[in-house]
Write a protein that binds this ligand. Structure first.
Ligand SMILES: [Zn+2]
Length: 679
């Protein structure tokens, strides 16, 4: 459970408006030409800060969403491409592996010529299932391959003692992005299910099935997935870590799903010795057992074939790639065309061998001075947080002391890991794209499981250094800022403190605040799921959080779909906290000075414009809909307007009249971790 700054980056469709040969322009932290001065900042700050950018930057055809943030991701992809192309030329043994991986991915002619042959052995293994023991072993093998068959199996920190790594099984097995896609009764959801059904059938046809057979098989897949969805816990309930905390013995797990041969599963996964584990949501495994009762092995094989081909489609011939895009891209996100091949390959390698690629990226693109300077900013923001906590008017000294203790032991990680992951056991073959993907997934599956029974390694990172994102992990109580995000429009060493605190400073405060949001507050500083709050303080927190649930729940995301105030609560608390903390740190840095305006903006105004402009963006209706159902972050417009309406410093910066849309009366503003005198 990591709380990332931007969700869905793995799946995000990453592509540029410009053709690859024309590098994108850089994205300055503050772009005065993006501002729409026909709008008052006090009426609609997002429109003020972003209006011109929004008008001038339509969504490229290969994307569902396009933001200034995404432009940075694109620029990074170009840097990574250059690294991978040099690596593929093969002169340097240190980058040979990522170079061969990239070359295999880019060789579409070879992939086309091989057809389905690279998948034949995998399909044959499914065909060969003869009984429950084979089924369990095969599912373990699919999990090695990164295939989302029925449930997931991984390692995790022990909730009761976060210094230890234990095994965990969790719900899974769905082909659509969320359980709600299967269960919602509205017509748009029914239409999506119909299109999903047709997509599954089309994939079966590509595997050689007769259209009528493929259609029936798609019916069965959908029926099984609906059963799994019914047994799954929804995203809002999953926000409460207590709902996912069920450490059971192996016998207790077996009792939940007695028809599944867990012994064969664990043995095949190389973890035959497991005697206890966390079963995130036990009811799901009862539902899984129901599926095993309801469907015979030949039908389960159909489901497994679908998930195998769904996972492997990016590495298969063009027809599979196109069919995958037609649903995952066009239907789910509203994109008109697929990303260029090289971007998909760069992205895959970043996720599969990200620390080898990241090592090359860091040496090319991350100056050591940036690490020192941004660490100093984090410390300044941490100090501001400590002052905010000490000043809170709703929390008792007893809980404050515990909050401060937790804050003081957050590990600040910047740029890249201290020790790099060792991929020497991973075999990469230059002309074997699909084989490389299978081996990379298998390597990663076992790398994670190998941690079971060992102490937690807090130096590890869960996203690679080139990634434009950041995260907080409540189990390891650390905040992580990869090199990829420490550049414009988030950080620019040439700029003033106001711009940098507004942009990356708000991200730093955001991640820190996650340690104290509706989810993070349930863990102590050691990462244990342990209640350190007095009852009265917890109630006071919930009351303040409810203000945000209500406020964001009234924002309209698209059509008649409102923002889900409960799903987005943690991110909204973090956004609000991030801006307040970074602003307090800026005030400290300025120490009463008022620097001369730049481009007509005072330092406080630059702070807020820098914050807002990272979020300037456009999105298709499909993408907005997908995000409301799955993304714990609010839509960009409300990440800006929701925050500033709760920030008195914003009203002061722009001299907004009390009662203006962005400057509600103080008693209407929500505050959680903000000190009383800020009101
Ligand atoms: Zn976040």
């Amino acid at each position: 459970m990591k709380t990332k700054f931007v969700a869905g980056l793995v799946a995000a469709l990453l592509s540029a408006a410009a053709s690859p040969s024309h590098a994108l322009d850089g994205v300055p932290v503050i772009d005065p030409s993006a501002i729409d001065r026909t709008v008052s900042p006090c009426d609609n700050f997002y429109q003020f800060a972003c209006g011109n950018w929004i008008n001038k930057n339509p969504i490229p055809p290969d994307r569902g969403r396009w933001t200034r943030f995404d432009v940075l991701t694109e620029l990074n992809l170009e840097k990574l491409r250059a690294i991978l192309e040099t690596a593929a030329a093969g002169a340097d043994p240190a980058t040979r592996k990522i170079g061969d991986f990239y070359a295999s991915c880019m060789d579409e002619a070879a992939i086309e010529a091989k057809g389905l042959e690279p998948l034949a052995a995998e399909l044959a293994r499914i065909d060969a299932i003869a009984g429950p023991a084979d089924l369990a072993a095969l599912i373990a093998h699919e999990h090695e391959n990164g295939v989302r068959a029925f449930f997931s199996f991984r390692s995790t920190e022990d909730n009761a003692d976060a210094t230890k790594v234990i095994a965990e099984v969790d719900q899974g097995g769905l082909g659509l992005p969320d359980r709600d896609y299967y269960l919602r009764l509205d017509t748009a959801s029914a239409e999506l299910r119909r299109k999903y059904h047709d997509h599954v059938a089309n994939m079966f046809e590509l595997l050689g099935e007769h259209p009528k057979v493929a259609d029936t098989h798609a019916d069965l897949v959908l029926a099984m997935e609906i059963e799994l969805a019914r047994a799954s816990l929804d995203r809002v309930k999953r926000r409460d870590p207590k709902n996912l905390d069920h450490k059971l013995s192996r016998a207790e797990l077996t009792a939940l799903a007695p028809r599944f041969s867990w012994d064969d599963y664990f043995a095949a996964a190389g973890q035959g010795g497991i005697d206890s584990l966390n079963v995130s949501w036990p009811d799901f495994f009862k539902g899984f057992d129901g599926v095993l009762v309801g469907y015979e092995i030949p039908v389960l094989k159909i489901y497994l074939r679908w998930h195998l081909v769904n996972r492997m489609a990016p590495w298969l011939p063009k027809a599979f790639v196109a069919e995958r895009f037609a649903f995952q891209g066009r239907v789910l996100t509203g994109a008109q065309e697929d990303r260029p091949r090289w971007k998909r390959c760069v992205q895959q390698i970043n996720w599969m061998m990200g620390e080898d690629l990241g090592r090359a990226y860091v040496s090319a693109a991350f100056p050591p001075q940036t690490k020192d300077d941004t660490l100093a900013m984090i410390r300044a923001i941490e100090a501001a947080f400590a002052e905010h906590i000490a000043d809170l008017d709703w929390m008792t000294p007893e809980t404050k002391a515990k909050a401060l203790a937790k804050l003081s032991v957050i590990a600040n990680k910047v740029g890249y890991p201290d020790k790099w992951r060792d991929y020497s056991a991973l075999e990469i073959v230059r002309d074997d794209a699909l084989g490389n993907a299978l081996r990379a997934d298998t390597f990663e599956f076992h790398r994670r499981l190998a941690k079971i029974g060992k102490p937690v390694d807090r130096s590890e990172w869960s996203i690679p250094p080139p990634t434009v994102n950041a995260y907080y992990n409540p189990r390891t109580n650390d905040i992580n800022f990869p090199a990829g995000i420490l550049q414009p429009p988030f950080y620019d060493p040439k700029l003033d403190a106001a711009a940098n605190y507004g942009a990356i400073g708000s991200v730093m405060g955001h991640e820190m605040t996650h340690g104290f949001d509706d989810q993070g507050r349930k863990y102590d500083g050691n990462g244990n799921l342990r209640d350190w709050w007095t009852g009265a303080d917890a109630a006071a927190f919930e009351q303040r959080a409810a203000c945000l649930v209500n406020q964001y729940g009234n924002f309209t995301a698209v059509g008649d779909l409102k923002v889900n105030g409960r799903l987005t609560l943690g991110e909204n608390i973090a956004d609000l906290g991030g801006v307040h903390l970074a602003y307090a740190a800026l005030e400290k840095a300025l120490n009463g000075r008022a620097p001369p305006p730049i481009d007509g903006l005072s330092a406080p105004q630059r702070f807020f414009v820098a914050y807002a402009q990272a979020w300037c963006g456009n999105a298709t209706d499909q993408e907005k809909r997908r995000r409301v159902l799955t993304d714990p972050h609010s839509p960009n417009e409300f990440r800006v307007n929701g925050v500033v309406t709760n920030a008195p410093a914003f009203s002061r910066a722009f001299a907004c009249p009390a009662g203006a849309p962005m400057a509600p009366l103080p008693e209407q503003a929500c505050r959680v971790w903000q000190q009383a005198r800020d009101r």
